[in-house]
Every structure is written in structure tokens, then in C-alpha cells.
Design a protein around this ligand. Structure first.
Ligand code: ADP
Ligand code: AMP
Length: 219
């Protein structure tokens, strides 16, 4: 099964993906996480991506498409895509790539939430540099303030692109380049499941599971 999870930055894609992969036994492929690993490893790809990421711009399509095509192939076609595709060109290239392999997207899950809400989610997001766990200073607090629950003594950090000035630019980028991807999938006859992502994490998960299950039941 291949799922695509869409929504603005900070909508809760990563948070929901962790739950989706457990229930449906999928591999979580986050383009943002893959880029951050490349940066941490100091690869050419990571160096190329750095400037775009830190200024809230999108990394060029070709770089992303090649990286994600490789990751999808490694996942054996059972994955949930988080943060990709982020342009219509990426969506078209993904379709071509999957068609060529006899695969297809089973459903597109679209997290719908206002800019004001996601701004607060991004600026309050903190993550563990060791294990990647994600917290929020108000809505998902760690047990000891500023430290990871799973990695003792590990201080949580704020992503450089979650600083307020970059967050503003990322939302502009989303509206200019990424929001059109939802329309692309609707027009191409894809099942787009709109989810109200403004509410408690558990309620959003329940809505995603219910809609995915009824889609599967309908065959
Ligand atoms: P994305 O992957 O879409 O950028 P994340 O899953 O990292 O978003 O979530 C962004 C921030 O918002 C994180 O700090 C997360 O803990 C928090 N968060 C996610 N979903 C919710 C929610 N439904 N309500 C409140 N906070 C949330
Ligand atoms: P994310 O972790 O999904 O919020 O992504 C962080 C940053 O990585 C984005 O602001 C972009 O600079 C870059 N990025 C992630 N995914 C993509 C993509 N599909 N296309 C272009 N750039 C991306």
C-alpha cells in the first residue's frame, strides 16, 4: 500500500505517520527527515539542500524526486509519503515512477488546518537530535522540560527552520507551490481524504483510520 500524506508544514504529518505506520505496517518516508539525515552526514545532497531548507524554500524538484524514488524502491512499495510530493511536478514524476513499476497510490490523506494553528505548532515544536522524537512546548510536553523522554540527558532542540521568520516563509512557499498538489490529485481521480487536523491528536488519528478503513472496505 502507498499512502500520500498532504498538509501544510506543522499540520501534524509526522505525528500521524508514526501511528499510521504501526496500524498498516508501512515504512515512513519523510522527505524532510531524509534531507536532515543527509545534512547530518555531510553528504553532497545534504550540502545542496541546506540553504533552501534554512530559508524556507523548496529543494529543487530533481534532487527530491531522485532521493524519494530510491527510498520508495527500498521500502518495497509499502510506505507512507510525508512531505512529498510538494509541487505538481513532483506529483507528476511520482505518478510516472510508480506507473513504470506497476504500482499506484492507494489514497491521499489531506490534513486541513489554518495557518495560525500551524504557526503555533511549528514554533513550539522541539525534537530530540538523538532519536528524532517530536514534542511540543504546550501540547506534547516531555516529562522533564527540555529533555527527551526516551534518551536520558538528551536536550531537545528547535529546528532552525521553526524560528518564526522562517516559519512565515514556509507558509508562503506552501500556498504558492504545494497547496496545488491537492487539486492535482482530485483532478486526476485520486481518492483524497480530507481530515480536520485542528483538534486533539487522538481524534485526528481516529478520523484518518476510519476513512482509510472505509476506503479499504469499499474496495
Ligand atoms: P509536520 O510533520 O506536518 O510538520 P509535526 O507532526 O512535526 O508536523 O507536528 C508539528 C508540531 O505540532 C509538533 O510539535 C507536534 O508535537 C505538534 N502537534 C502535532 N499534531 C498536533 C495536534 N493535533 N494538536 C496539537 N499539537 C500537535
Ligand atoms: P519538512 O520536514 O517536511 O517540514 O521539510 C523541511 C524542509 O525540507 C522544507 O522546508 C524544504 O526546504 C525541504 N523539503 C522537504 N521535502 C521537500 C520536497 N518534497 N520538495 C522540496 N523540498 C522539500
Amino acid at each position: 500500500m502507498i499512502l500520500v500524506l498532504l498538509g501544510p508544514p506543522g499540520a501534524g504529518k509526522g505525528t500521524q505517520c508514526k501511528r499510521i505506520i504501526e496500524k498498516y505496517e508501512l515504512v515512513h518516508l519523510s522527505s524532510g527527515d531524509l534531507l536532515r539525515s543527509q545534512r547530518a552526514a555531510g553528504t553532497e545532497l545534504g550540502k545542496k539542500a541546506q540553504e533552501y531548507m534554512d530559508s524556507g524554500q523548496l529543494v529543487p524538484d530533481r534532487v527530491i524526486i531522485d532521493m524519494m524514488a530510491g527510498a520508495i524502491a527500498s521500502a518495497g512499495g509499502n510506505c507512507v509519503l510525508d512531505g512529498f510530493p510538494r509541487t505538481v511536478v513532483q506529483a507528476q514524476e511520482l505518478d510516472k515512477e510508480l506507473t513504470g513499476k506497476g504500482q499506484k497510490i492507494d489514497a491521499v490523506v489531506n490534513l486541513v488546518v489554518d495557518d495560525a494553528v500551524v504557526e503555533g505548532r511549528m514554533t513550539g515544536r522541539r525534537s530530540c537530535p538523538a532519536c528524532g522524537a517530536v514534542y511540543h512546548i504546550d501540547t506534547l510536553k516531555p516529562k522533564a522540560e527540555g529533555f527527551c523522554d526516551k534518551c536520558p540527558k538528551q536536550e531537545l532542540v528547535q529546528r532552525p527552520d521553526d524560528k518564526p521568520e522562517v516559519v512565515k516563509q514556509r507558509l508562503v512557499t506552501y500556498h504558492q507551490q504545494t497547496s496545488a498538489v491537492v487539486g492535482y490529485y482530485s483532478k486526476s481521480g485520486q481518492k483524497v481524504l480530507d481530515i480536520n487536523a485542528d483538534g486533539p491528536i487522538d481524534d485526528i488519528t481516529a478520523e484518518i483510520f476510519a476513512k482509510l478503513d472505509s476506503l479499504a472496505a469499499a474496495g
